[in-house]
Design a binder for this molecule. Structure first.
Ligand code: HEM
Length: 384
């Protein structure tokens, strides 16, 4: 394929381009803009593990406009405090899921937005505590509406987006500053977790961006994972598969974080291909998870493949190595719990006009309408 033609095809529909080029291309594939896409599981793990320091230090989560927020010890501290706060919150509020599912998803709901809102509403109080100023809480709602939902950015002009980004950066930095002035204590929410990070006040703008990563992770990554799980259940023959297997299989076929970029620190070879610091090496969980040497029938939804556990060497939905997601287990558990609650006594009926994913920085499911239908004898109070 001519270079110009492949650039056009990749930009138009990146997944279709990757599907067509892979696996014939082998374990790596050059993309436009000197980006080497890595599909081989061993090479992908080696890039992300970065044991030999071949790549500049990087974590998508801690990436800000000024570079990477650091030092590493502070990143690790933020990840740990966030995880323990979330775990405690989820344990204390587990019994609210049934009400949330009924409120948001019954009798019908529009996806993938419904999944993002359900997860966000369930966890909004752990992002910003309920006793925070209403203006701040409303702004976080607006971030979800205008920056997290699938296709949200494309629905606004560049100018509107720039003005909104500016306002969010200013107001979040202000909020972080106020929390820092209040002094250290037990964090009440994830804003406290970032505000409590050690370092000079000049870091405030970066901390505001790290807080944004939390909003994207909670409402975006977890919400889309729920969306894919529901979509796959509703578009495949009925299954008795455990919700835990469904979630893992959804993240295998449609890893929300589908591209993880790293900049080489010096020239070297990746799976036999020479790269330099002018290139970007992009690990592609989407291709790793469909690698025919590691997965039987890789493009089919087969949740039962997880019944006996699975070799994790070709499974990297949460990254790999030092920057592996700090909230991987709790995210899986939360989606699993929501699915179990949704499926309790119901079967899923789903309609969709378009079955192509919504491709952006995160991989979101197509738009669909969900109508969970009660099995005959269950939950009579929902029939009213
Ligand atoms: C299904 C949901 C999620 C997925 C698929 C996901 C995926 C990922 C991936 C792929 C990375 C590695 C990025 C890289 O190597 O550049 C990562 C890192 C991270 N994630 Fe998640 N994530 C999810 C949910 C969450 C949630 C809910 C939180 C916390 C609220 C969270 C917090 C973090 C943190 C703190 C890191 C940085 C780890 C480090 O660099 O030390 N994630 N996540």
């Amino acid at each position: 394929m001519a270079v110009q033609e492949s650039i056009i095809q990749f930009r138009r529909d990146p997944l279709r381009f990757l599907d067509q080029a892979f696996p014939a291309a082998g374990d790596t594939l050059w993309l436009p803009g000197r980006q080497l896409c890595v599909a081989g599981p061993a090479a992908a793990r080696a890039v992300l593990a970065n044991d030999e320091g071949l790549y500049q230090e990087h974590s998508d989560f801690f990436h800000t406009r000024r570079g990477t927020f650091g030092p590493r010890s502070v990143q690790v501290q933020i990840g740990r405090s966030a995880r323990s706060l979330l775990n405690a919150y989820l344990a204390a509020h587990a019994d609210e899921l049934t009400a949330s599912v009924r409120r948001d998803l019954v009798p019908a709901s529009e996806w993938p937005d419904a999944g993002n809102w359900l997860v966000y509403r369930h966890l909004a109080a752990v992002l910003v505590a309920p006793d925070s100023p209403v203006r701040l809480r409303r702004m976080v709602d607006e971030i979800v509406e205008r920056a997290v939902l699938a296709g949200a950015r494309e629905r606004q002009s560049r100018l509107r987006r720039a003005v909104f980004r500016f306002r969010v950066a200013r107001e979040l930095a202000q909020a972080v500053k106020q929390r820092r002035a209040r002094g250290a204590g037990q964090p009440a929410d994830l804003l406290d977790v970032v505000a409590g990070a050690a370092g000079p006040d000049s870091l405030v703008a970066d901390l505001a961006e790290v807080f944004l990563s939390f909003v994207f992770a909670v409402a975006g990554s977890v919400g889309f994972t729920l969306g894919w799980s529901v979509y796959l259940l509703g578009t495949n023959p009925p299954t008795d598969a455990e919700p835990a297997w469904v979630v893992r299989e959804a993240l295998r076929l449609w890893p929300v974080a589908w591209m993880l970029g790293r900049r080489p620190a010096r020239p070297h070879h990746v799976a036999g291909v020479a790269v330099t610091p002018q290139d970007l090496v992009v690990v592609c969980p989407y291709l790793v998870h469909r690698h025919p040497r590691y997965w039987d029938d890789p493009t089919s939804f087969r949740p039962e493949r997880w019944a006996t556990g699975h070799d994790q060497q070709a499974y990297i939905p949460f990254g790999w190595g030092p920057h592996t997601c700090a909230a991987a287990s709790l995210s899986l558990q939360l989606v699993e719990d929501i699915l179990r609650t949704l499926l309790d006594g119901r079967r899923l009926t789903l309609t969709s006009n378009d079955h192509r994913p919504c491709v952006g920085p995160a991989l979101a499911p197509p738009r669909f309408r969900l109508s969970p239908v009660l099995h005959s004898a269950a939950m009579p109070n929902e029939r009213r």
